[in-house]
Design a protein around this ligand. Structure first.
Ligand code: ATP
Ligand code: MG
Length: 692
C-alpha cells in the first residue's frame, strides 16, 4: 500500500512534536485524511493521540469540535491532562494556566447519551430519559420474562434465566447479527427457544419505551439509528471536525458503524489500537474493525506502525513478546526498547492463595521501603473475586488500596434506593425505580406499589396521579412525607440540595431496613460529595450510571486521595494503564485461561492476549504468581473443589526461560499422569511360585 505524502505542517517545529519519534511525529502531524496507528503495547499510541489533539488545538482547531472517544472515563480524564500539559508547553503558557478543556472527550456510551439527550425531542424521547445499568436492565428483562410466562410455557425445557436473556439480546444488538446466528454461535443451548426469545426481546423493547428508559446497548444503537437520518448525520459530521478513537481494537460493529456514519469519507478520523490487546470479543468486540480500517476508505487510510516501546525494560518485553509470539495470528510486530534494565520478570511459586496474599503484601512493603510509592504498584487479576484473600490481608496489615473493576458502588442496596428516588422524581414512568422507592414506605408492599404505578401509567400527568393516589391506611403518614418530597424534587429541583433532601428522608428508612448502617451512611455521604461535582441531577445520574465510582468505603478502606495506596484491578480494567511494578495473581490454568474460557480456540486466544495485556502494564518490575493449590468456589455446579493447578499453558518451558523462578516451590508444569515403564517381561507367576 503506497502511503499518501506526508502533509508538511508548520507545527513540525512545535516543541510537542520534538519529543516524539519519527513515526509518532508523522502520526501527530498527519493531515486530515483517515489515519490508523496500529502498534504494540507501550509504544506511545495514546501519547501520540494526545499530541495530535494538542497540535490541532494549537493550530486553531476549536476544542468544542473535537470528538475524542476513549475506553473509559478515567482514560478520558487522563487524556485531557496529557493534552493540557502538551498545550502549555507548545503555547508557552505558564504551568498555572488552564488550557481549553475538551468537552467532547469520553466513552462511546457517555457521548452517545449526551447527543441523544440533546436530540431527544426529535427522536421521540423524553429528554429526562433514564439510563438502565446492567443490573436494572436485567431486572427489567426478568420482569418482562415473568410477565410473558415464558418459563412456564417452555414445557419442561429450562428457559434461559434473565441474565442470559439480556446477554443474548445485548450480543445481538452489539454484533448487529441476526438472533438465530447469535444463538447458534454463542448460546447454542438456547437455540431451541428462538421464537420465544424473539418475543421476549420485542417485549423488552416495548417496556423500555413505555418507561422512557434506555439500556447501555441502546446508547449505541439509538446513536447509530439517529445517524441514519441524512440531515442529522451531515450535521453531526460537520459539527465534529475531528473524531479520534483510542483502543479501537475493542470496538464492536455498532461503534464502527457510528464512526463511519459520522465521517463517511474518513476525513478527520484517527483511530489507534493494538490487535494483540483485543480482549473484549466476549462482548462482541470485533478486531476486524481495526484490521479492515485502512481499506474502508478510498484512497485507503494512512497506516503508521510503532515498534519502539517506551514503557518497559528489555527483559520484560522479551517475556511479553514470547507469550504473544505463540499466538497463531497477529498483525503487530515485536517490540523493542532502549530503556536500561536487567531485572527479569519473575515466576513466583507459592503454596496457595493465602501464601500468595502474604507474598504480595510483603513485596509491596519492601518496594515501598525501597522508595517506590504504593501508587506505582499494581496487582492485577483475571476476575474480581480473585483478589478476595489479598484484600483481607491488605486490610489486616493496614495497607490502603483502591480496587478497580470490582463490585460496583452502585450495586449496594442503599445506594440503589437513594438513586432510584432521584430517577423516579425525574422520570415518573420508570417502573423499576417507582417499584423500589414506594416499597421503602412501611405498609406498602409489591401489590400496592403495582397499583400505584398502574395508576400513574394510565394518567396523562403521572406526577399528579402520584399525588392523588390513596395508599393503604397503615402507610398514610409515611407516604405523605414521600409524596411531599417527590413534589419538591419534581417542581423545584435544586441540585445538589435535592440529594441532601432525599438523603434526609431516606436515612431513617435505611436504618430500619438494612444492617450495618455505619458504612452505608458513609456511602450516602460519598454520594453527596460526588453530587457536588455535577451540574444537574440528570448529568449526575447519567455519569454515575455510565462510569460508576469503583471503590466503596467499606471495600477500599476509604483512602484519602492525596495519601498513598496501591492499585488492585482486573486486567480488563487495567487496559491502557502503566505502573512501575505489576504483580499478576493466579497465573494458573483455570484462572488464565479461565475454566469457562477454553471452549473455543478464539476464546483461548483472547485469554492469551489478556495475559499479554497484564504483562505489558509493567515498567520495571513484573511478577506472575503461581499458587500451587488454587481453591475454586465460583462454580457451584461442580461444588467446592480443590484443584492442583499448574502454571498457565501460555507459559510453556520455552517461554518460562525468560523468567526467574522464585518462591518456596518451583513452578511446575502440571505434569500429566506418568507413563508406565517399559522393561523386560516379568514372569510374576513364576516368581511367586518360586518363593515357596
Ligand atoms: P497501550 O497499548 O498499553 O495503551 P500505548 O501505546 O498507548 O500503550 P502510551 O501509554 O501512550 O502507550 O505510552 C507508554 C509510555 O511511553 C508512557 O509513559 C509515555 O509517556 C511514554 N512515551 C511514549 N512515547 C514516548 C516518546 N517518544 N518519548 C518518551 N516517552 C514516550
Ligand atoms: Mg494506550
Amino acid at each position: 500500500m503506497s502511503a499518501p505524502p506526508l502533509s508538511v505542517s508548520p507545527a513540525l517545529a512545535d516543541p510537542v512534536l520534538d519529543r516524539l519519534n519519527d513515526a509518532q511525529r508523522e502520526a501527530a502531524g498527519h493531515g486530515d485524511t483517515p489515519l490508523l496507528v496500529i502498534a504494540g503495547a507501550g509504544t506511545g499510541k495514546t501519547m501520540t493521540l494526545a499530541a495530535r489533539v494538542a497540535r490541532l488545538v494549537a493550530q486553531g482547531a476549536d476544542p468544542q469540535r473535537l470528538l475524542l472517544l476513549t475506553f473509559s472515563r478515567r482514560a478520558a480524564v487522563e487524556m485531557q491532562q496529557r493534552v493540557a500539559a502538551l498545550l502549555r508547553e507548545s503555547l508557552g503558557l505558564p504551568p498555572t494556566s488552564a488550557p481549553p478543556a475538551l468537552p467532547w472527550a469520553g466513552t462511546f456510551h457517555a457521548i452517545g447519551a449526551r447527543l441523544l439527550r440533546e436530540q431527544a425531542e426529535r427522536l421521540g424521547l423524553s429528554p429526562e430519559f433514564s439510563i438502565l445499568d446492567r443490573g436494572d436492565a436485567e431486572d427489567l428483562m426478568g420482569w418482562v420474562r415473568d410477565g410473558l410466562g415464558l418459563a412456564s410455557q417452555a414445557e419442561g425445557r429450562r428457559f434461559p434465566l434473565k441474565g442470559t436473556c439480556l446477554a443474548i439480546y445485548s450480543r445481538a444488538v452489539n454484533s448487529q447479527a441476526p438472533l438465530a446466528e447469535v444463538l447458534r454461535e454463542a448460546f447454542p443451548w438456547c437455540a431451541e427457544h428462538e421464537p420465544a426469545l424473539r418475543t421476549l426481546c420485542r417485549a423488552y423493547e416495548d417496556a423500555k419505551r413505555e418507561q422512557q428508559a434506555l439500556d447501555y446497548d441502546d446508547l449505541l444503537l439509538w446513536w447509530a439509528e439517529m445517524l441514519r437520518e441524512p440531515d442529522i448525520a451531515a450535521w453531526l459530521g460537520e459539527r465534529f471536525t475531528h473524531v479520534l478513537v483510542d483502543e479501537y481494537q475493542d470496538t464492536n460493529r455498532l461503534q464502527s458503524a457510528i464512526l463511519h456514519a459520522l465521517k463517511p469519507s474518513g476525513r478527520g478520523v484517527t483511530v489507534v489500537g493494538d490487535d494483540a490487546q483485543a480482549i473484549y470479543a466476549f462482548r462482541a468486540a470485533e478486531v476486524r474493525n481495526i484490521l479492515d480500517f485502512p481499506r474502508a476508505f478510498d484512497p485507503p487510510a494512512r497506516v503508521v506502525t510503532l515498534e519502539h516501546n517506551y514503557r518497559a525494560t528489555q527483559p520484560l518485553l522479551d517475556a511479553a513478546n514470547a507469550v504473544i509470539g505463540l499466538a497463531p495470528e497477529r498483525f503487530t510486530k515485536r517490540l523493542w526498547t532502549d530503556r536500561p534494565g536487567s531485572e527479569r520478570p519473575q515466576l513466583v511459586a507459592v503454596e496457595d492463595e493465602l501464601a500468595q496474599a502474604r507474598w504480595v503484601c510483603e513485596r509491596l512493603l519492601t518496594r515501598r521501603e525501597g522508595g517506590l510509592k504504593l501508587k506505582s504498584q499494581a496487582v492485577l487479576f483475571r476476575t474480581s473475586s480473585h483478589s478476595a484473600a489479598l484484600e483481607l490481608e491488605l486490610a489486616r496489615r493496614r495497607i490502603p488500596f483502591v480496587k478497580y473493576g470490582g463490585l460496583k458502588f452502585l450495586e449496594a442496596a442503599h445506594v440503589k434506593d437513594l438513586l432510584a428516588l432521584l430517577r423516579w422524581a425525574g422520570n415518573p414512568r420508570l417502573r423499576l425505580a417507582g417499584f423500589r422507592v414506594a416499597q421503602l414506605v412501611p405498609g406498602i408492599g409489591p401489590a400496592s406499589a403495582r397499583r400505584l404505578q398502574d395508576a400513574m401509567d394510565a394518567a396523562a400527568d403521572p406526577h399528579a396521579a402520584l399525588q392523588a393516589w390513596q395508599p393503604p391506611a397503615a402507610a398514610a403518614g409515611d407516604w405523605a412525607a414521600l409524596a411531599a418530597l417527590l413534589r419538591r424534587l419534581a417542581e423545584a429541583p435544586q441540585w445538589p440540595a435535592e440529594l441532601a433532601d432525599g438523603a434526609a428522608w431516606y436515612l431513617p428508612h435505611m436504618e430500619r431496613l438494612h444492617d450495618h448502617p455505619g458504612p452505608r451512611r458513609a456511602d450516602i455521604e460519598q454520594l453527596q460529595r460526588l453530587a457536588a461535582g455535577h451540574a444537574t441531577r440528570e448529568r449526575f445520574l447519567t455519569e454515575l450510571t455510565l462510569d460508576p465510582p469503583q471503590a466503596t468505603s467499606d471495600e477500599a478502606g476509604d483512602p484519602m486521595l492525596d495519601e498513598d495506596y496501591c492499585i488492585l484491578s482486573t486486567i480488563h480494567a487495567a487496559k491502557g494503564q502503566e505502573w512501575s511494578a505489576v504483580t499478576v495473581l493466579n497465573v494458573v490454568d483455570g484462572c488464565i485461561p479461565g475454566d469457562l474460557a477454553t471452549a473455543t480456540p478464539a476464546q483461548l486466544e483472547e485469554e492469551r492476549r489478556l495475559l499479554y495485556v497484564a504483562m505489558t502494564r509493567a515498567r520495571h518490575h513484573l511478577a506472575l504468581v503461581v499458587p500451587q493449590r488454587f481453591h475454586v468456589t465460583q462454580q457451584r455446579r461442580f461444588g467446592d473443589r480443590h484443584l492442583y493447578a499448574g502454571l498457565t499453558r501460555f507459559i510453556p518451558p520455552e517461554v518460562a526461560q525468560h523468567f526467574d523462578s522464585v518462591g518456596p516451590a518451583a513452578p511446575h508444569w502440571a505434569p500429566g499422569p506418568p507413563t508406565p515403564p517399559t522393561g523386560a517381561v516379568l514372569d510374576l507367576a513364576r516368581r511367586l511360585r518360586d518363593r515357596w
